[in-house]
Design a protein around this ligand. Structure first.
Ligand code: SF4
Ligand code: SF4
Length: 97
């Protein structure tokens, strides 16, 4: 199991979650190992349609990231709202899991 980033992150990419993850497993929107660093150089237009992802093989289910997200995009895998269930696969797919 893993925590999952869902639709509210899309086009936001705030990266607040990245800083609190004890195992540095939150990456993207482009670099699969970059801890969201590339977001700093992006305009709002650049972020359009993009999101960050949690590496399900590295996540230790600590829950630290969940309350940090300003748009409540992060959920425990089994608690992802039904309308955003496809984001579970998106998070896994981003890392080729
Ligand atoms: S999940 Fe939330 S805190 Fe993390 S990058 Fe997306 S919007 Fe920001
Ligand atoms: S639940 Fe913990 S380990 Fe998993 S992404 Fe969030 S902060 Fe990182």
């Amino acid at each position: 199991m893993s925590y999952i980033i869902a639709e509210p992150c899309v086009s936001v990419c705030d990266t607040a979650c990245v800083d609190v993850c004890p195992v540095d497993c939150i990456h993207g929107p482009i670099d699969k190992e970059g801890r969201g660093e590339e977001v700093k150089g992006m305009s709002d237009e650049d972020k359009n349609g993009k999101q960050l992802y949690i590496d399900p093989d590295e996540c230790i289910d600590c829950g630290a990231c969940e309350p940090e997200c300003p748009v409540q995009a992060i959920f425990e895998e089994s608690e992802v709202p039904s309308e955003w269930k496809d984001f579970v696969k998106k998070n896994y797919d981003f890392f080729g899991r």
